[in-house]
Design a protein around this ligand. Structure first.
Ligand code: ZN
Length: 221
């Protein structure tokens, strides 16, 4: 995030402070601007356009097919982890929704592994966490709805994220492969038991064929 660069405050600290003021009911942009002001920067310099953020996420995800697969795998692990650095599930839901909408990135057969996976992954984390802050309405318990300022074209995205987050809060998980809703304790690697047993024999294809192409699973062997 640009504010991190210009204030020299690490991203994690910025995120913590922004989250703290949002828990008090301030909007995301308001919180960022307050922080900018406190850091001696011009708050008017910080405009965040959700549509631009979506565009940038898409741009990264269509760059390189194997890079996108690696990003997906890393984020999948981060969202499952239980430590403080956990990737927030609502941001992950944003990632999945955008991923499902885009065309496959070009496959570069036999090419070297993409060089900037770490950088691209970090950027995706920043962009998705920012986006979810902007388009969803937040309260003390987390997401409580769609932000009043959410652009109409992102309304469905915000609603889906809200719905999946609410399900998760009540112990339910939406399988990243088939979309079935299962108890979170039954999931394995973000999959429902059925999808998990289908991929046990091959390399995980979770994000390869993506949810819209369900028949692609289990045909490899
Ligand atoms: Zn499934």
């Amino acid at each position: 995030m640009r504010i991190t660069k210009e204030t020299g405050i690490p991203y994690r600290k910025v995120a913590e402070r922004v989250n703290a003021s949002m828990a008090k009911g301030e909007g995301f942009l308001e919180s960022v601007r307050t922080l900018a002001l406190e850091s001696g920067l011009n708050p008017e310099d910080f405009h965040l356009d959700p549509l631009e953020i979506v565009k940038e996420i898409r741009k990264i995800l269509v760059q390189d097919y194997s890079q996108t697969l690696m990003i997906s795998a890393v984020l999948g692990q981060l969202v499952e982890s239980h430590d403080k650095e956990r990737y927030p599930p609502p941001a992950f839901f944003i990632f999945l929704e955008i991923l499902a909408e885009i065309d496959d990135a070009p496959r570069k057969i036999g090419s070297e592994p993409p060089p900037n996976v770490d950088e691209a992954t970090t950027r995706i984390i920043e962009l998705t966490t920012t986006l979810v802050s902007l388009i969803c309405e937040w309260g003390e318990t987390g997401i409580i709805g769609v932000s009043k300022e959410c652009a109409p074209s992102l309304y469905d995205l915000a609603r889906t994220v809200f719905r999946k987050t609410k399900l998760l809060q009540s112990g339910m998980w939406t399988c990243v492969s088939c979309g079935k809703i299962v108890n979170v304790s039954e999931t394995r690697s973000l999959l429902c038991p059925a999808c998990n047993s289908e991929i046990v024999n091959g390399s995980p294809q979770i994000f390869d064929d993506k949810a819209r192409d369900r028949t692609g699973y289990g045909q490899l062997n």
